[in-house]
Ligand binder design. Structure first.
Ligand SMILES: [Zn+2]
Length: 115
């Protein structure tokens, strides 16, 4: 079990209250009428599956029921940051790899905690 910080409730809550809704920051085609079948297919069905840093959209289903974003390491499950919809993460692959651990610690609003 681990805890996730909800940026709206401003609390650490049990992971059981949340659901992952997949990749964050997916851009809808700007001009849908002009989008090709390939562009629609990529928008609807194709998602990144990186090893390492990944931005995901989560929902606080058993809490405030709001959607927010999580910057997470897909290998270690470490959550670097949670942030509200419409915001951008301050975590990049460079900040998680080395050298800026202290800065990453400051933006860690969520930490994986073994129970
Ligand atoms: Zn919440």
């Amino acid at each position: 079990m681990f805890y996730i910080h909800c940026p709206y409730c401003a609390e650490q809550r049990s992971e059981e209250e949340f659901h992952c809704m997949g990749q964050a920051h997916i851009q809808r085609p700007e001009n849908p009428e002009a989008a090709s079948d390939r562009e629609w297919g990529e928008y609807l069905f194709f998602r990144d599956n990186p090893r390492g840093l990944h931005q995901e959209m989560w929902v606080h289903a058993a809490g405030c029921r709001k959607f927010f974003n999580v910057a997470r390491n897909t290998v270690s499950y470490e959550i670097f940051e949670t942030y509200r919809m419409g915001e951008q993460t301050s975590v990049t692959a460079g900040t998680t790899a080395h050298g800026r651990e202290g800065q990453v610690e400051q933006v860690h609003k969520v930490r994986r905690v073994r129970a």
